[in-house]
Design a protein around this ligand. Structure first.
Ligand SMILES: [Zn+2]
Length: 431
């Protein structure tokens, strides 16, 4: 592989990081551990570390792929965001402590959008900008087996602002409306996910320290991308990612949920718990936690969609088999998620029925086997309803965690079960 430091992307990214004085990231970059992103160079590298599909690896789309007829100018962007900020209740990140001061800090940031050197200390994340959202063309065109697409949210960041190390369970698309950003993305290997979980654990402690170069150097297979105005960065699920806004910038972000990633979402559900455990205590944290849990529960309708089938452009049986293989490793986290969020709509019985319907299909065969453990059931001695009942009982006994009747026990169960979190980036969703 060519020396990464000789690539234009590397040089430009370095220049940008230097300009906004992002020292830890410069140090990390200078370790030479990152593959600079550029078409062609990254393809073989991505296939090796990230996955075989185009949408598995780091991707950057040029300005012709923006989701609007044209890119809004800075004055237009300021006008749209100011309108949103007037109507919504938001806080800066970090918060100044008072909503009045938050508003002043946000206004100052907004005024300075075109001022490339403006280094404010506050960002505004996850603004629901309907003006941009409504004008958006559907981005799911060309995406395989899309199950859902989220609303579009805007992040406004000052020069030197950092989107902390984060990971999503769906694809995230981030279009840069103005400014420049540098991204470090890592593949979802077992090694990286283990390192990521450790970093999150240390971050949820009170002695929270920002991610430094040492932390980044523990992750493997990293790619550095430079994102300029009008470019879209796509982040695949479970890729730990960190981003630095090197100029004041505005992005529009949204998520795409594709069927092929549902088994991986289930398998990795436990990873999302760690940050959640840091979200206890005050009302605001609890509210964020509930929002995240609610989003995480979105996995269930996606599981249902896969089991029911009829998804366009999908090799259904392959994904169903993968889901069946992932079920045992994900069911505890799923149960924990439902208990923690107090969701009564997804009962164990409903989940069992969903699986049983999928296992049985519409036709009657001589023999029926459980698609999760392959246990066989002799079909012809029983009417269809009886077979359904047996499979249901089997699922609840073998493939769903035993329910603890005592409420007192449930709480400790919740804490130990490592339930759902990060998802729509901390960057974009935590208001
Ligand atoms: Zn079974």
């Amino acid at each position: 592989m060519a020396d990464p430091k000789r690539s234009t992307t590397y040089k430009k990214a370095r220049e940008q990081l230097q300009k906004c004085d992002a020292k830890p990231f410069l140090t990390a970059l200078d370790l030479g551990l990152f593959q600079p992103y550029s078409d062609g160079i990254v393809e073989a590298f991505a296939a090796k570390y990230y996955g075989k599909h185009r949408y598995d690896g780091p991707t950057k789309l040029d300005t012709s792929k923006i989701p609007w007829p044209r890119l809004p100018t800075i004055p237009e962007t300021q006008k749209m965001l100011r309108a949103v900020m007037k109507q919504t209740d938001y806080s800066t990140m970090p918060t100044t402590g008072s909503s009045e001061q938050d508003q002043r800090a946000a206004e100052e940031l907004l005024i300075n959008l075109g001022n490339t050197n403006f280094k404010g200390a506050y960002a505004v994340m996850g603004l629901d900008c309907t003006a941009l959202g409504d004008r958006r063309k559907s981005a799911s065109t060309g995406w395989p087996a899309t199950l859902a697409e989220s609303d579009l949210l805007c992040d406004i960041m000052p020069a030197g602002g950092v989107g902390e190390l984060n990971m999503n369970d769906c694809h995230e698309l981030c279009v840069l409306v103005s400014g420049v950003r540098v991204w470090f993305q890592f593949p979802p290997t077992d090694h990286n996910l283990t390192v990521y979980a450790k970093l999150l654990k240390s971050r949820s402690k009170k002695t929270h320290k920002p991610i430094d170069a040492d932390d980044l150097s523990n992750l493997r297979g990293g790619v550095v991308l430079l994102q300029e105005k009008g470019e879209t960065v796509e982040i695949a699920p479970f890729c730990p990612t960190i981003m630095i806004s090197t100029e004041p910038s505005v992005s529009a972000n949204w998520m795409i949920d594709i069927a092929e990633k549902v088994p991986a979402r289930l398998k990795n559900l436990h990873l999302f718990s760690i940050e959640n455990s840091g979200l206890r205590g005050n009302e605001k944290k609890q509210a964020i936690r509930q929002t995240l849990l609610a989003r995480q529960r979105g996995l269930l309708p996606s599981v249902q969609a896969v089991l029911e089938g009829n998804i366009q452009h999908l090799d259904e049986q392959v994904v169903k088999n993968e889901l069946a293989r992932a079920w045992e490793s994900g069911k505890d986290a799923l149960n924990g998620l439902l208990v923690a969020s107090g969701d009564g709509t997804w009962t164990p019985e409903k989940i069992a029925t969903m699986w049983v319907e999928s296992m049985m299909g519409p036709t009657t065969r001589r023999e029926q086997s459980c698609s999760i453990c392959n246990q066989r059931f002799n079909w012809n001695r029983h009417p269809r309803d009886e077979m359904k009942r047996r499979l249901q009982k089997h699922f609840l006994e073998e493939h769903w965690p035993a329910q603890k009747p005592a409420k007192a026990k449930r709480k400790s169960e919740v804490e130990s079960l490592k339930i759902g979190q990060p998802t729509p980036t901390k960057r974009s969703r935590k208001k």
